[in-house]
Design a protein around this ligand. Structure first.
Ligand SMILES: [Zn+2]
Length: 117
């Protein structure tokens, strides 16, 4: 069931009055993308392992070792395939610039998730 909660980033109500996420970014980039901006994506892996007592999953030490998380993409590169801008050169430049940014560490990702909620 789709939510109509205006604080829910996946709400199905286009007329809600909360266009921005708590972290200051547009709520749904592919729909609310400001002019001149691009929708660049990356996906990070968080490795899990079974808890010592075998009752639940925990974050594996490799994901909280202080190093950037691993990309989940085969080529490890940022992606722009869903950007609706139609500006090939500018979009590729934005994607290439994003590729020079390290992915967050596990601790940084935890903070980013909290900021996005
Ligand atoms: Zn673009």
């Amino acid at each position: 069931m789709m939510s109509t909660d205006p604080t829910d980033p996946w709400t199905n109500d286009d007329d809600d009055d909360v266009p921005m996420r708590p972290d200051g970014n547009v709520r749904i980039a592919w729909r609310d993308l400001p002019a001149g901006r691009h929708f660049i994506e990356q996906t990070a892996l968080v490795y899990l392992r079974l808890s010592d007592d075998g009752t639940h999953w925990i974050v594996d030490t490799t994901s909280v070792d202080g190093y950037p998380l691993d990309s989940a993409y085969d080529d490890l590169s940022a992606q722009r395939c869903e950007c609706p801008c139609g500006q090939e050169a500018a979009c590729e430049a934005a994607r290439a610039a994003a590729d020079r940014l390290p992915l967050p560490t596990g601790r940084e990702l935890a903070a980013l998730i909290i900021d996005a909620l």
